[in-house]
Design a protein around this ligand. Structure first.
Ligand SMILES: Nc1ncnc2c1ncn2[C@@H]1O[C@H](COP(=O)(O)OP(=O)(O)OP(=O)(O)O)[C@@H](O)[C@H]1O
Ligand SMILES: [Mg+2]
Length: 261
């Protein structure tokens, strides 16, 4: 079976007034169908760029990207992929039911899901007629998640989707996401700056480095599924946290370097 996503020897060079920027250099990874993979690394290491290449927003300047065994462009046309951002980006003049429905209307996705069912799925049953301004940040982000699922994509790309939320809400959103992922078995690529979040959610964590952006380590997470909150307190969780931290580029730990640590 084809991997859901295959990135092979990808270079991404952006022209810039001060000289070209190499956002990604010789980046290779495969992601299997229904796998949950996190990308983690310092600001500017090319995490968002990698998602944009998979979503067909950019085309690589070298190497190749395939999505479901075909080009990212073909996969985009077939609505196989959806990208979710840090901010929910909802339309304030539409209620949340209409916000979710709109993506189905725009894409004309044939294999779409029922917006009411999705809003119930993300715990917003009874709030369909509310406007985004009437909801908390976490609720708005759940609407964005429902919208991302509305066109029934096989692959969900999430760019720091919970970064703007407080830690408690972020943990709850992570549990939401896992319960949805366990039921729907989508392929998820999840960008985060939080090592515990990456560990708790993922099957694999790809650690990246900057200047130029590249993959530094590919770590398989050894935690059973389904996951629950108690795992965050287990020794194996802390051990793996430590293992990932030890492989993170030093540029993330400026204070430690200053302190001679
Ligand atoms: N459209 C663009 N044009 C020019 N340069 C770009 C463009 N998009 C990204 N870059 C550059 O590519 C590099 C990687 O950017 P990217 O947004 O992928 O980083 P990131 O890992 O997502 O960072 P962050 O954690 O801050 O979101 C940066 O140096 C950025 O300035
Ligand atoms: Mg980014």
């Amino acid at each position: 079976m084809n991997p859901a996503i295959s990135v092979q020897n990808v270079d991404m060079v952006f022209p810039a007034p001060g000289g070209a920027i190499t956002a990604l250099q010789d980046v290779s990874f495969d992601i299997a169908e229904a796998e949950f993979v996190s990308l983690i690394g310092p600001s500017g290491c090319g995490k968002s760029t990698a998602l944009r290449l998979i979503a067909d927003i950019h085309q690589p300047t070298g190497g190749s990207v395939t999505v479901a065994g075909q080009s990212p462009g073909q996969s985009r046309i077939q609505h196989l992929v959806n990208l979710m951002f840090q901010e929910p980006v909802l339309l304030p003049w539409l209620n949340i039911y209409q916000n979710v429905s709109l993506s189905i209307e725009i894409t004309k996705a044939k294999d779409h899901r029922d917006p009411a069912e999705l809003l119930s799925f993300v715990g917003l049953k009874g709030r369909e007629k509310d406007y985004p301004g009437q909801l908390s940040g976490g609720m708005q982000q759940r609407v964005a998640l429902a919208r991302a699922l509305a066109t029934n994509p096989r692959i969900l790309l999430m760019d720091e989707p919970f970064a703007a939320l407080d830690e408690f809400t972020r943990d709850r959103m992570g549990n939401w996401l896992l319960s949805i992922w366990e039921r729907s078995r989508k392929t998820v690529v999840f960008v985060t700056h939080s090592i515990p979040e990456a560990l708790y959610l993922s099957d694999r964590v790809l650690i990246m480095d900057a200047n130029p952006g590249r993959i530094r380590a590919d770590v398989r997470v050894e935690l059973p599924r389904p996951r629950d909150e108690s795992m965050r307190e287990e020794i194996s969780f802390f051990e793996q946290l430590k293992a990932i931290r030890s492989q993170m580029p030093k540029s993330l730990y400026v204070e430690e370097e200053l302190n001679g640590g």
